[in-house]
Design a protein around this ligand. Structure first.
Ligand SMILES: Nc1ncnc2c1ncn2[C@@H]1O[C@H](COP(=O)(O)OP(=O)(O)OP(=O)(O)O)[C@@H](O)[C@H]1O
Length: 290
């Protein structure tokens, strides 16, 4: 009996606002045209990593396609850790931070075509306080903005813009930090410290122009300035990144401690206030198609 190669499509039914039935039909059509089998797994939000792992073991798909936002991509990256299978991304979340950063097409047909046909490239993955991180994490003013946005009902760019007002009320002063990286210690005051392997937030704002996804290093970006307006304009992608205004440390491991507990987010998801962050890079842990 000849073996028919399989493609596994992992769909988050609740992420973003794309119609997932149409998405599945489009993927199905292309996969069948290529003479392959399509397996579909819809996430439930519970035990997804275990479920995906057993499908991978049983079916050894040629590639995995994920339709969801950063949270869904992250769980696929975790499930794929022990397998050498490429992961293609079909942006179907609300913000799609990593997909924007990787330049994945927003057009559904083009994204599917790329995910099914292009070769994968290795990508470094971060562990931050024990959590897998695939995009940009930070403490300070942006994490505070993410927290306020999560609590509000207005989505999208306007939602973020509106939350800049309560964020500025909450977050008026710099915080004291200590960074240990590359065998050196740096201390000072900052409005925000980001940990980034890639370059851009989901709105396209470049905050880490030197970020490379496969160099075994990530960047710690210290936004020291008290010019709050300029920081927010950078985050909102209204002004270009100004190197003079941000200090950058390239490293493979970092410990950041702060005097007080500071708002903290990983990949657009608010975690909690924290006083200590430990981050480490794991070189070329994922095979991503982009
Ligand atoms: N069937 C489901 N019901 C409820 N929650 C789910 C389900 N499937 C997945 N989830 C949850 O969805 C979250 C991931 O969503 P994801 O980040 O991919 O989308 P998003 O929030 O719309 O996009 P983005 O991160 O781009 O803003 C995870 O917390 C996961 O547990």
């Amino acid at each position: 009996m000849t073996h028919i190669p399989a493609i596994l499509l992992i769909v988050n039914p609740i992420s973003g606002d794309i119609d997932k039935d149409i998405l599945i039909q489009k993927v199905e059509k292309q996969v069948l045209n290529e003479g392959k089998n399509l397996l579909i797994y819809k996430t439930s939000g519970k035990h997804d990593i275990q479920e995906i792992t057993s499908i991978l073991k049983e079916n050894s798909p040629q590639r995995v396609l994920v339709a969801g936002g950063d949270g869904t991509i992250k769980l696929c990256v975790e499930a794929l850790q022990k397998f050498d299978i490429p992961l293609g991304i079909i942006p179907a979340g609300s913000a799609n931070g990593l997909a924007v950063d990787l330049g994945i097409p927003t057009d559904l047909n083009n994204a599917i075509d790329l995910a099914l046909n292009k070769n994968a490239k290795p990508m470094d993955i971060l562990k931050i306080n024990g959590e897998t991180a695939i995009h940009i994490s930070d403490i300070g003013i942006n994490a505070s903005l993410v927290k306020n946005y999560d609590k509000s009902n207005i989505r999208g760019k306007l939602g973020y813009a509106l939350q800049s007002i309560p964020t500025l009320i909450d977050f008026k002063e710099t915080f004291r930090f200590k960074i240990v990286a590359n065998g050196t210690i740096k201390e000072g005051h900052a409005m925000m410290i980001a940990i980034a392997n890639s370059q851009k937030y989901g709105n396209g704002a470049v905050i880490n122009p030197k970020g490379k996804l496969d160099d075994g290093k990530f960047e710690v970006l210290i936004f020291k300035s008290l010019q709050m307006g300029k920081i927010l304009q950078t985050i909102f992608n209204e002004i270009p990144f100004d190197e003079d205004f941000v200090e950058m440390i390239a490293t493979d491991v970092v410990e950041i401690t702060t005097k007080e507990a500071i708002p903290f987010q990983i990949d657009g998801e608010y975690i909690e206030k924290t006083k200590k962050i430990e981050a480490k890079i794991f070189s070329k842990q994922a095979q991503i198609i982009y």
